[in-house]
Design a protein around this ligand. Structure first.
Ligand code: ATP
Length: 189
């Protein structure tokens, strides 16, 4: 059993990593999915209320609320798969929740790229897929997410993947990590 969590700022490559996992038939549990479900439960549109509901959930139920809500989903996926990816961890408190739930079987990967690189990629992604980023600037999103403790979560990672090279090289490293574990990419980046 292996639960691989990813953490990283907007545009760092978490979505691509999740895509590589799906291509390998590794189930991906997204923190965003938990929040979107909560939006629907509250009768709110996830497109416009995602950030607000994420903040509300943490304020009302504690900073580990979203991680806690994802645990049963992850456990269910582990019944059918040796490896599960947890996409989009946002804080050190969430890291603690996963470590407590899965112990040594939880491995945290920090995906990192400089601000300008992320800004360019998100700009291109927006144009390609007409993704609505909700009108929030990357500076504001970084600030909001770092405010949740994302920097501390990144500091706790077992391994960091620098996503500054080609997409192909990034995808290859993610594939190695998913098939051979965190130790296989340690020292590479
Ligand atoms: N190494 C790379 N080279 C070129 N493009 C890349 C690279 N890594 C990611 N991208 C592209 O950059 C965009 C942002 O990456 P991705 O969607 O994976 O980010 P993310 O971390 O999931 O961001 P968000 O949290 O906003 O969803 C995507 O269009 C992705 O295909």
């Amino acid at each position: 059993m292996r639960v691989i969590g990813t953490v990283g700022l907007a545009g760092s490559g978490k979505g691509e990593a999740a895509e590589v996992a799906r291509e390998l038939d590794v189930p991906v549990v997204t923190m965003g999915d938990v929040i979107r479900q909560e939006c629907r439960d509250r009768g709110l549109d996830p497109a416009t209320h995602h950030g607000e509901v994420a903040k509300g959930l943490r304020e009302e139920n504690g900073p580990g609320a979203i991680a806690e809500r994802s645990l049963p989903i992850i456990r269910e996926e582990l019944e059918g798969s040796e490896t599960v990816v947890v996409d989009g961890i946002r804080s050190d408190v969430e890291v603690d929740a996963f470590r407590e739930a899965f112990g040594e079987d939880f491995e945290l990967v920090s995906i990192e790229a400089p601000f300008e690189t992320r800004a360019e990629r998100l700009d291109l992604r927006g144009r390609d897929a007409s993704v609505d980023e909700g009108g929030e600037s990357l500076e504001d999103r970084d600030e909001r997410e770092l405010g949740f403790g994302m920097g501390e979560a990144m500091d706790r990672a077992d391994v960091t993947i620098e996503n500054t090279d080609s997409l192909e090289s990034f995808r290859e490293r993610v594939q190695i990590l998913l098939t051979d574990g965190v130790a296989a990419v340690e020292g590479e980046s």
